[in-house]
Design a protein around this ligand. Structure first.
Ligand SMILES: C[S@@+](CC[C@H](N)C(=O)[O-])C[C@H]1O[C@@H](n2cnc3c(N)ncnc32)[C@H](O)[C@@H]1O
Length: 292
């Protein structure tokens, strides 16, 4: 048994994980599984490469653990035996965003930190795109899904920590060349603090890639969400894009830009523009910035 398998088994508690699953499986339980029809051959070939020539000990590890990991959010991840994780989100479009934002050359030979990495789709992808070290930070139970995949893929340089952005401290995390922070800042009540923490662990000249929910129209203002958005009660902010860019500049980032923006679906069958809670559906946007 490999070192990563042993560490996984030491940390993973089946009952605790079963309990954790209910916390996210209960948000929008009727939402379709986006990867339901994805076959092994349709998964990212970079990830399939991780399991080429895999040994039997890994197959039995997957057989034993996979049934306990339930629904993944990230995916689809290929697994030995031509299996694919059951994943609520189809993350295969992420590569297109890395290309469209122009950051791929920045990943070569870099040390990257992926904040709020979930099961590690971006972490593994950034490693496959050239990062020499890719560290994923995930404070919730998704950390175990990421560690499971890491024990199966065994990619040199990839690691995960069961920590949140609040734990970023330049005494222990420093000099990262690239920070990825997608799908997190609108879940954070103190968004400026998060941005300052990110800046504190990046070397001068390092690149930040941040993705978040934004207002569809150009605005220097942001909306605080009281209640829920798309049924999710941890959605606190919908940022005006210009407001967020100002926040990044105020924390010491330069060359702040928004190379990509895509309108969102309201997920409300009765109104394509407003969510069921009555918020404008907004858009998702990707921001790139350089640490001064
Ligand atoms: C919407 S998901 C985005 C996942 C991934 N970054 C992506 O873009 O696909 C938000 C992630 O942030 C994680 N998260 C929640 N609180 C966090 C915190 N305090 N620090 C870091 N991550 C956090 C959640 O567990 C979840 O995995």
């Amino acid at each position: 048994m490999s070192y990563r398998q042993k560490v996984f088994l030491k940390q993973f508690n089946k009952d605790e994980f079963a309990n954790f699953r209910t916390s996210y499986e209960s948000i929008n339980p009727d939402r379709p599984i986006e990867t339901a029809h994805v076959k092994y051959e349709d998964t990212d070939p970079r990830f399939r490469k991780f399991i080429e020539g895999i040994d039997d000990s890994k197959r039995s590890f997957v057989d034993e653990i996979l049934p306990h990991l339930g629904l993944f959010l990230h995916g689809p991840f290929p697994l030995p035996g031509k299996r694919v994780t059951t994943s609520a989100w189809d993350c295969r479009g992420k590569l297109g965003a890395y290309k469209a934002t122009g950051v791929i050359p920045k990943l070569a030979e870099s040390r990257v930190l992926d904040i709020g990495c979930n099961a590690g789709y971006d972490t593994f992808l950034m490693s496959a795109l050239g990062a020499i070290e890719a560290v994923g930070l995930e404070p919730h139970g998704f950390y175990h899904q990421a560690c499971f995949l890491n024990a199966v893929y065994d990619v040199p340089g990839v690691s995960f920590m069961n920590l949140g952005w609040e734990d970023l401290d330049p005494r222990y995390f420093e000099g990262f060349d690239f920070v990825n922070c997608q799908g997190l800042i609108y879940h954070v009540k103190e968004p400026m603090l998060l941005i300052e923490k990110l800046a504190s662990i990046m070397r001068p000249g390092a690149t930040l890639l941040m993705e978040t929910h934004v207002l569809a129209e150009a605005s220097t203002q942001s909306q605080f969400i009281e209640g829920a958005f798309w049924g999710d009660e941890t959605y606190w902010w919908v940022f005006g894009a210009e407001c967020l860019m100002g926040m990044l500049r105020s924390a010491g980032f330069k060359d702040v830009r928004m190379p990509l923006k895509a309108d969102c679906d309201s997920r409300n069958p009765l109104n394509p523009r407003m969510t069921v809670e009555g918020h404008p559906a907004g858009a998702r946007a990707w921001f790139v910035a350089t640490k001064s």
